[in-house]
Design a binder for this molecule. Structure first.
Ligand SMILES: C[S@@+](CC[C@H](N)C(=O)[O-])C[C@H]1O[C@@H](n2cnc3c(N)ncnc32)[C@H](O)[C@@H]1O
Length: 251
């Protein structure tokens, strides 16, 4: 039996310490409030130029800084906020499963919008407990994990989220193949736990879902869209597929 790390779904949903960003500008996209002047870091002994560049990017990244200030566990929280603004995925009563949830930004956003409905966060990595979120430790490819999720949900889900990424090997095509494989696993998982009419949001890599996955998504869902939220780094090849209107009888 797998361990369920933190069960606290009866608590009030988590709320950020400040307003989760403001809605600004083009197409009402939520961005963090305030911007600081760009900081330059000094090159220190033992620090290569590439690690200085990486650190500068982190320090100057408006989403990382916004997440820290506004109390989100990761900059990724803004991606889900922006997807929700566009597709109205979350609302009071939405039952959510978040695959590859650690450190928990997406689960925080979900719990703050579902008004006490179950939010189940699954990850192979240990995750600190979050109010309004049931944390299940395990690999989503194990049948047992799926059973535990269904039990924790007490029924079916309305929304399956997957921001899963395989650990980076530094070998681009290996990383690509592994992350695409996880997207396919997320689709299989979703078809097991989703209620009819439910939605799946899944991270894929540039080029979108592979042909096989795309065909399967089109068979199983009424509409399928590819989206790159503003909070996703432009240099990153990640993109999200939003599939809505799950059709049970095409499982
Ligand atoms: C980019 S992070 C997710 C960030 C998260 N959405 C947030 O907002 O904080 C990707 C996560 O996927 C998890 N992951 C990768 N493969 C997995 C698998 N087979 N089963 C469960 N989790 C997995 C990793 O452990 C990692 O924590």
């Amino acid at each position: 039996m797998r361990r369920v790390w933190g069960v606290n779904r009866n608590n009030a949903p988590w709320t950020p310490c400040r307003r989760p960003g403001v809605t600004l500008g083009r197409r009402n996209v939520t961005r963090p409030q305030g911007r600081r002047l760009k900081q330059r870091l000094k090159k220190r002994a033992g620090r290569s130029s590439s690690s200085v560049r990486w650190l500068e990017r982190q320090v100057n990244d408006v989403w990382t800084e916004g997440a820290r200030r506004e109390g989100w566990r990761s900059r990724a929280a803004y991606k889900l906020i922006q997807l929700d603004e566009r597709f109205s995925l979350l609302g009071p009563g939405t039952r959510v499963v978040d695959l590859g949830a650690a450190p928990g930004g997406w689960s925080q956003v979900a719990a703050s919008r579902v008004a006490g409905a179950p939010v189940i966060a699954v990850d192979v990595l240990e995750m600190k407990s979050l109010s309004g979120v049931t944390i299940v430790g395990g690999d989503i490819r194990d049948r047992q994990t799926c059973d535990i999720v269904l039990e924790a949900l007490g029924g079916e889900a309305d929304l399956v989220l997957s921001d899963m990424a395989a650990p980076a090997t530094g070998h681009r095509s290996t990383d690509h193949v592994r992350t695409q494989a996880l997207a396919e696993e997320a689709h299989v998982f979703a078809t097991t736990v989703l209620a009819p009419g439910g939605c799946l949001v899944v991270k894929v890599l540039r080029g979108g879902a592979g042909n096989t996955l795309l065909a399967a998504l089109r068979r199983n869902f009424r509409t399928v869209h590819h989206v790159k939220p503003e909070a996703s780094r432009q240099q990153s090849s990640e993109i999200y597929v939003v599939a809505r209107g799950f059709r049970r009888n095409s499982r």
